[in-house]
Design a protein around this ligand. Structure first.
Ligand SMILES: Nc1ncnc2c1ncn2[C@@H]1O[C@H](COP(=O)(O)OP(=O)(O)OP(=O)(O)O)[C@@H](O)[C@H]1O
Ligand SMILES: [Mg+2]
Length: 254
């Protein structure tokens, strides 16, 4: 469903993607992990066609998005729901209007049909009764939920999540991950989740890909990453697991 082939991208003279190859099969979810600044968000933006590299291809359902322009690019993009790192809601729109926006823009649905869809999606993410609030009146977790509802309302075949839980408390983070899981069980989309929730995110995905120095240095099932002897992968996973343990140490030992 998604196939990235030898993708190279240089931003402001800095080589960010240096021959990325990655495949996500239809109905699979993968976790994209790696150090901060390594190019995870940049890779997602290439997959949606928001950014263009200097070399390589990105196939979406067999169609190379790097070669698409105009109406064709728009059509291809409609298959993709993108949950941006910051949520990216429209501040001057209510929650209701934010979620209704893609339906009003991209479909010929009547306001009555739109109303049904929007209220349904808001119920799914636990935001019933919040439709008249503005993003500034919501908590961080609620904003993520609203953004998720806005992605889901178009029922995209592909869902890309850029750090859906970063900045949330552990319980809310878990709820958002469960919400993604629940949505997946309902829709069976093809997905990529960028996440620093290691190892929690592993229980949500079929495969894990780690990016390092512009390349995918690990791709495999979550449990296989613990056996990987690539030094960068080892160091990253050890640090992530150590981080989880240290937090427990602090809580116990004070
Ligand atoms: N629009 C842009 N113009 C120039 N450089 C950019 C642009 N977007 C990202 N970069 C650079 O590309 C590199 C990768 O950034 P990216 O946002 O993909 O990191 P990331 O892996 O998502 O990190 P984080 O985990 O902190 O979100 C960084 O060095 C960043 O400064
Ligand atoms: Mg990022």
């Amino acid at each position: 469903m998604i196939k990235v082939v030898d993708l190279h991208s240089t931003l402001k003279g800095q080589k960010v993607l240096d021959g990325v190859n990655l495949e996500v099969k239809k109905g699979e979810i993968i976790a994209l992990i790696g150090k901060s600044g390594v190019g995870k968000s940049v890779l997602l933006k290439h997959i949606t066609g928001l950014m263009k590299g200097e070399r390589g291809s990105v196939f979406i359902d067999g169609e190379d998005i790097t070669k698409c322009r105009g109406r064709k690019l728009e059509k291809l993009r409609e298959k993709i729901g993108f949950l941006f790192q910051g949520g990216a809601l429209f501040d001057s729109y209510t929650v209701y209007d934010n979620v209704a926006f893609p339906l009003r823009e991209k479909t010929k649905m009547s306001e009555e049909e739109i109303r049904k869809r929007v209220l349904y999606e808001l119920e799914q993410v636990g935001l019933s009764g919040m439709e008249h609030k503005y993003p500034a009146e919501l908590s961080g977790g609620m904003r993520k939920r609203a953004a998720l509802a806005r992605c889901m309302v178009m029922e995209p075949e592909i869902m890309l999540f850029d750090e859906p839980t970063t900045g949330l408390d552990p319980l809310t983070a878990r709820q958002i991950n469960q919400l993604i899981q629940k949505t997946y069980e309902r829709k069976h989309f093809t997905g990529i989740i960028i996440s620093h929730d290691i190892p929690e995110v592993f229980s949500l995905v079929h495969k894990v890909a780690m990016i390092h120095e512009g390349k995918i240095v690990f791709y495999g099932r979550p449990e296989e990453i613990f056996e990987c002897d690539h030094p960068a992968v080892k160091e990253f996973i050890e640090a992530a697991m150590e981080g989880a343990k240290t937090q427990i140490g602090v809580r116990n030992g004070g």
